[in-house]
Design a protein around this ligand. Sequence first.
Ligand code: WT7
Length: 656
Amino acid sequence: MQQEGRVFPPDRKTSSGAHIKSLAQYRKLYRESIENPDKFWGKVANTELVWMKPWKKVLTFKAPHAKWFAGGHLNVSANCLDKHLATGTANKAALIWEGEPAGLGAVGEERVLTYRQLHREVCLFANVLKKHGIVKGDRVIIYLPMIPEAAIAMLACTRIGAIHSVVFGGFSAQSVADRIFDCQAKMVITSDGGFRRGAIVPLKKSVDESLVLVDSTGKLLAQTINKVVVVRRTANPVHFEPGRDVWWHEEMNTVSPECPPVKMESESPLFILYTSGSTGKPKGILHSTAGYLLGATMTSKYVFDLRETDVYWCTADIGWVTGHSYVVYGPLANGATSLMYEGAPNFPEPDRFWRIIAKYGVSIFYTAPTAIRAFMKWGNEWPKKHDLSSLRLLGSVGEPINPEAWMWYHEVIGGKRCPIVDTWWQTETGSIMITPLPGATPTKPGSATLPFFGIVPEVVDDHGKPVPKNAGGKLVIRKPWPSMLRGIWGDTKRFKETYWTEVKGSYFTGDGCRQDKDGYFWIVGRIDDVLNVAGHRIGTAEVESALVSHPSVAEAAVVGRPDALKGQALVVFVTLKMGVIAHPGLRDELRKHVAKEIGPVAKPDDIRFAEALPKTRSGKIMRRLLKQVACGGEIKGDTTTLEDLSVLEKLGSSEG
Ligand code: WT7
């Protein structure tokens, strides 16, 4: 468990210009937000959002179902774009984009879209969606690289009330097909490819594959898809299916730039984003319009303490919730300049991020601990080559940041001058929940510190009772908040079971946590069967089911092992089917198989063949023991329920 080390008080310069200027001011506002949530949320909903029809009631909550701002009408794209057109923000850069390919001299291609230009593109593309039969409530899959079209497509969906589901470009054809099937999507928006470390990721090819995949009964998974819109990005040749596939750039020339935003109800579904859980099937996390937008907007403003002149860069891919809330919706709703970079941090060289910061004068930089640890490994000479003096605020998200990485980030990247906001939240929470506010909250390396306004986290025991200070327990959220998930698409039962039954009446986060004497929260990590590999959530069951779908595999168990770079590494134990003999090539084959089934993010780091897996007498795999084996440690603790002890001895020597 982390030790409380140094405390970093906010510096005077940050505080004086900040939205929230002191801890006392934060505490006062926080208390008000908790004591009178209706008043608090009602007020910010009116000041932060533009409504087409005023809402009537702040909250109706019958656990686990919440309705926020019932009776109100609004549109997300209008809040992110139209709102700014009558102001000086209209001609400010909304998106600054840099492509990955390295040009001569200056590195990278650039595109800048002002709010006015972005608005026009969004209106045009919204009309393309309409032209191809997409109406309010339809689901649209977005499977794109980090290019402006990704944000344009998302915003265009919200403009006409279509529900987008962005699938990370690193996911496989199978994952695309599964998601299409789960949400019964009508359209896929993709590109001929995207650049990654100099190579082309063939996204359209994956889409083509996904559209012919069948389930176990031979039925097409993607039966509902009738249009594929393809962005030309890499100009590599792609297959084109007449009648089904259309080019983005051609379609944009066939429609009008007039597209009034559709009035959406506060609770209208906004997007679905799939995330791993503790069963084999990813969950379609559903977010709704007003609450989500309010959460993303408010947290962007206060946590990043956005100012007029900021150049803000969140390095997350739009395939993750961080890319939704903090590349697109939050910054744009605030009229900020959001930077988007297409490629890898080490292409063509390990200083690409620092080059970008210096080139555009980035002032706020938000990234993940796994990236920070990679930068540390690559060496200080890379950031040292560049002028990073434009930075004034740093952020971290995705997993606990180890104090050593925090200190490095603070000293080498932040020049000891930039506050660090370590932000805890989840796909399900929609926006940041536990976080320092720069200028107000003293920080402690490794702690996400204190709750955001209106958020009531608590650390509890197995019976839901609060644990004493400094004791470990489960992190729950006691009160509903606007950007909370509204459900799992098509699976209310799972929604209730996963989040609302563990601790009655509260939202269960799945994270272990501890609160110190100052009330600071220290996230320990997941306590369910979910691993956090390089900031990506990976369900062990999902990887296991991918492994057993391989013809050679009989059984599989997946556990996490601490990893200096990725936080956790995926260690896989497999038993093979009768007659199959383990050979070195098989290990590679299985890694490829998992990548094909789920995507490269889920590739096992270590595959061990075993004669049998340790099981309890009731047949449950004893992961606790496998974890110890994976970590190279001695087998400790109770093995009395183990069915066949000899299995354990063999496991230790199964490498090879
Ligand atoms: C899980 C959520 C939310 C954006 C990225 C991940 C872990 C996230 C932190 C943090 C410690 C963190 C938790 C959480 N996590 N941020 N600042 N400190 N842990 O979204 O894929 O939904 O994963 O990531 O375990 O439950 P996600």
